[in-house]
Ligand binder design. Structure first.
Ligand SMILES: NC(=O)C1=CN([C@@H]2O[C@H](COP(=O)(O)OP(=O)(O)OC[C@H]3O[C@@H](n4cnc5c(N)ncnc54)[C@H](O)[C@@H]3O)[C@@H](O)[C@H]2O)C=CC1
Ligand SMILES: O=C(O)C1=N[C@H](C(=O)O)C[C@H](O)C1
Length: 246
């Protein structure tokens, strides 16, 4: 069956890449390209909409799609418990519709989160560093936030005490932001695309897990897997790992 796919945020870095990937996929057909100021209407008769916009716009776009019975694959960051709750409420009146929200569609980033969750209980110390292109509008990255959350969950489940840190004075921000107790540091550097390092430490050893997206092409297999998978997954799915059965 051919799926008709609309792209919201089509003029952006990710949106343009998604439009190309949809055009090149034999089982997918472009249904429409939408960007800021466009009326989403019936999404060009799409079966699935792919949404890569900005944190301030994504919820309204997703609710628009759900209300019109269109499945959605969302890569935009900035989701909160409250905005996820609003999506679940909208889906309750459209029980056949599926929404997939994933902070990162690169397989290596998904594996990094999984490996970090596995390692978390064995180490006293942990820090997350995310490194991105300087045009990114949010910090820390959605991926780094989720990585810190899964690490914190695993440490809590294993009763790991807070990481040691004797810092008593210094400049604001020198120790990064705390996400669920885990220090997260954000680097913005021309030349980068999307990168993450998770550093674990205990007496006499460290473990570093690093993932690099050197090109936005790296996100496309995950986005297309999401498009093909979301039509058979009614309700809200958070994380590509659910689609990949990881
Ligand atoms: N989940 C993942 O794997 C990835 C997620 N991202 C996230 O995706 C989002 C977009 O990233 P980029 O493409 O790099 O940003 P971008 O700034 O290049 O593109 C965003 C596009 O959305 C458009 N836009 C803004 N408001 C809109 C609205 N109300 N309706 C429709 N279009 C609107 C803008 O005009 C722009 O063309 C960010 O939140 C980023 O963090 C980025 C890369 C991978
Ligand atoms: O803005 C980006 O570029 C990216 N955003 C996502 C995030 O915030 O985690 C995913 C990836 O890191 C690229």
């Amino acid at each position: 069956m051919t799926l008709r796919v609309a792209v919201i945020g089509a003029a952006g870095r990710m949106g343009q890449q998604v439009c190309r990937a949809v055009e090149e996929a034999a089982d997918l057909e472009p249904a429409g390209r939408f960007d800021v100021g466009d009326d989403l209407g019936d999404l060009g008769g799409a079966d699935v909409a792919v949404e890569f916009t900005v944190p301030g716009a994504t919820l309204a776009n997703v609710l628009h799609c759900v209300e019109r019975g269109v499945h959605v694959v969302v890569g935009t960051t900035g989701w909160t418990d409250e905005s996820l709750h609003q999506v679940r409420a909208a889906l309750a009146v459209q029980p056949k519709v599926g929404v997939l929200i994933a902070p990162n569609f690169a397989i290596g980033a998904v594996l990094t989160m999984r490996f970090a969750a596995q390692a978390a209980r064995f180490y006293e110390s942990v820090e997350v560093i995310e490194l991105h292109h300087p045009d990114k509008v949010d910090a820390p990255s959605g991926t780094a936030v989720r990585t810190a959350e899964v690490i914190a969950e695993a440490r809590r489940a294993a009763d790991v005490p807070p990481a040691p840190d004797a810092t008593a004075s210094g400049l604001d921000g020198a120790r990064g932001a705390r996400v669920d107790g885990v220090p997260v540091h954000a680097v913005r550097l021309r030349g980068l695309v999307a990168h993450e390092e998770v550093l674990f430490g205990s007496a006499g050893e460290t473990l570093t897990i690093r993932h690099d997206s050197f090109d936005r092409e790296s996100f496309m297999p995950g986005v297309l897997a999401g498009v093909r998978g979301v039509v058979d997954r009614p309700g809200l799915t958070v994380g590509l790992e659910e689609i990949l059965d990881l």
